[in-house]
Design a binder for this molecule. Structure first.
Ligand SMILES: NC(=O)c1ccc[n+]([C@@H]2O[C@H](COP(=O)([O-])OP(=O)(O)OC[C@H]3O[C@@H](n4cnc5c(N)ncnc54)[C@H](OP(=O)(O)O)[C@@H]3O)[C@@H](O)[C@H]2O)c1
Length: 255
């Protein structure tokens, strides 16, 4: 498929681009006019534009079958950035997709999206604002998926040993995940129709740590699921990292 990725200069975005190319997709990487181009974009078509420029955005999305939105306000002193990027720019991308018929859209959001009482909100109420972006997508006419990762890391080692924890909205509030695995889940979700109209929270742990089990089994219910996704009805099945089938299985058993 021809896949558009916005925020492609970002640390998750370029990994989505690289992963998509490795899966044989064509990729159109959407960048700001001043974005630095990371090496991970080699092989993608680069298009520079401001996301608020509707006609340019519509032209950039022309012919694409899907869009991954990996934009996000970069931390800084401009407290309006979250509203502009995580709500308004997401809205303009949704409108452009609706206008030109790019029906499949996946948004990289965040764990705790929508929470008011959270330290991260010191940066422009970012978690509240992210929920506005999510809601705009949910109420659109598009086939959407929202992926909410935990704290992102740059780790690139031992990823095949990581165990993923998927859950529905509002089930996980902490935990981390390497950006490479977030990119993998995004691409798996795009290839999994069951992920449409779903919010998927994701974190991961190294296999050894994950197998230690819950510190408090009575309260830590997301950790008590079977390691076999197909056996778990809990809100947060623990499954192996590299499996589209695992995501599909979790989606099936947790409708
Ligand atoms: N950091 C975390 O721990 C964490 C945890 C959970 C979720 N998230 C979310 O996950 C997503 C990816 O995070 P990341 O840390 O991988 O991203 P990142 O490296 O910070 O990249 C952000 C991307 O958004 C683009 N962007 C920023 N402002 C923009 C604007 N006004 N117009 C157009 N593009 C703009 C950036 O472009 P430039 O290169 O031009 O700046 C860049 O491509 C974000 O939505 C983030 O909020 C982050």
């Amino acid at each position: 498929m021809l896949l558009a990725v916005s925020g492609a200069s970002g640390k998750t975005g370029w990994r989505v681009v690289q992963g998509a190319l490795a899966r044989g997709h064509q990729v159109r990487a959407l960048l700001r006019p001043g974005s630095e181009v990371p090496p991970g974009l080699d092989g993608a078509e680069l298009v520079r534009l401001e996301l608020g420029d509707g006609p340019a955005l519509a032209q950039a999305l022309g012919g694409c079958q899907a869009l991954v939105i990996a934009t996000g306000a970069r931390p800084g002193i401009d407290l309006t950035a979250p509203l502009r990027v995580d709500a308004w720019a997401v809205g303009s991308q949704i409108r452009a997709c609706e206008a030109i018929g790019v029906n499949r859209v996946l948004l990289v959001s965040s764990l705790c999206s929508g929470l008011w009482w959270h330290a991260l909100n010191l940066f422009g109420l970012i978690l509240v604002v992210k929920r506005l972006g999510e809601r705009a997508l949910e109420s659109s006419s598009l086939d959407w998926t929202i992926v909410r990762p935990g704290g992102l890391s740059e780790s690139e080692t031992g990823l095949d040993q990581e165990q993923m924890k998927y859950s529905k909205a509002g089930q996980q509030q902490d935990g981390r995940i390497p950006r490479r695995l977030v990119a993998q889940v995004c691409l798996d979700a795009l290839e999994t129709p069951l992920s449409q109209k779903r919010i998927i929270e994701i974190t991961s742990k190294p296999a050894v740590e994950a197998s230690d089990g819950p510190k408090n089994p009575k309260t830590d219910s997301t950790e008590t699921g079977s390691t076999e996704a197909g056996n778990s009805k809990s809100c947060g099945a623990v499954i192996t990292a590299d499996s589209q089938a695992g995501l599909a299985s979790w989606l099936t058993t947790n409708p």
